[in-house]
Design a binder for this molecule. Structure first.
Ligand SMILES: C[S@@+](CC[C@H](N)C(=O)[O-])C[C@H]1O[C@@H](n2cnc3c(N)ncnc32)[C@H](O)[C@@H]1O
Length: 241
């Protein structure tokens, strides 16, 4: 196939192919590395160091009794604007605290509870059985893939989870693929701009940073609403074609 090329021509062609593959890969993997800070992974995405993941041992913290008073999850539910037949995905669902609150709001729809820790999904299955909830499905995702059904999800909710995704870009591309056109992504993240929010810095996010990261995967900023005590309620949308 390369018979018509001189040796130098073949070298030039080989270099061009190699460089093309390298450039494509560099574009796909927009991460850099730094020395890990306390609570951080040392992996940097668009200027933000990714935090460490919360282990399944934190279930009791996620299920803590004073969470309603501290974070007002009931108020979150009232502000999501869900329709009874919506398909909602709770990504980084953890113990399913939010998945179980979402379930009665979509009686003709379903809640897809995605996590990468099987222990979390087992805990959710136990709670489903106990409370006889039938419209929550657990999905074991990977660090790069939510395993959401393509083009079927109306709303994605991520509570205190996105900042710890080890592969945020791949995760967001997978989420965008799972959304219907016009579908929404709602983030609850501790307010990074506020030094009085008593959470470790890498577990908080600023509006500017999330907006930058969402723009890079083609999501449109809709609004930020700060009606919660210590978290942002941020909404983005997948543009309709
Ligand atoms: C701090 S917990 C929050 C749990 C839940 N959203 C809540 O607020 O109660 C973050 C969860 O994200 C999960 N997680 C981390 N990376 C993930 C990924 N790439 N895909 C899905 N879940 C992930 C962790 O396993 C953990 O259960």
């Amino acid at each position: 196939m390369l018979r018509g090329f001189s040796v130098s021509g073949r070298v030039a062609l080989f270099s061009a192919v190699l460089w093309g593959a390298f450039a494509a890969r560099a574009e796909e993997v927009p991460y850099t590395a730094k020395e890990a800070s306390r609570d951080g992974t040392g992996k940097v995405y668009l200027g933000r160091e990714i935090s460490q993941t919360v282990s399944s041992h934190a279930i009791s913290w996620l299920e803590r009794r004073d969470r309603e008073a501290e974070e007002r999850p009931t108020l979150v539910m009232e502000n999501l604007g869900l329709k009874p037949d919506d398909v909602v995905a709770d990504i980084g669902a953890g113990s399913g605290y939010f998945s179980l609150l979402l379930a009665p709001l979509v009686p003709q729809g379903r809640v897809l509870a995605v996590d990468i820790q099987q222990e979390m999904l087992d805990f959710i299955e136990g709670r489903k059985k106990l409370k006889q909830v039938r419209n929550v499905e657990t999905i074991l995702g990977t660090i790069e893939d939510t395993k959401l059904p393509e083009g079927q999800v109306d709303v994605v909710l991520m509570v205190d989870a996105y900042h710890e995704f080890s592969h945020p870009r791949e995760m967001m591309l997978s989420i965008v693929k799972g959304l219907v056109p016009g579908g929404r992504v709602v983030f609850l993240e501790y307010r990074g701009e506020d030094p009085n929010v008593p959470i470790k810095p890498l577990h908080k996010m600023t509006v500017k940073q999330i907006t930058r990261e969402m723009a890079s995967v083609g999501l449109r900023f809709v609004e930020v609403r700060d009606f919660l005590p210590i978290q942002h309620f941020l909404v983005f949308q997948k543009p309709a074609p």
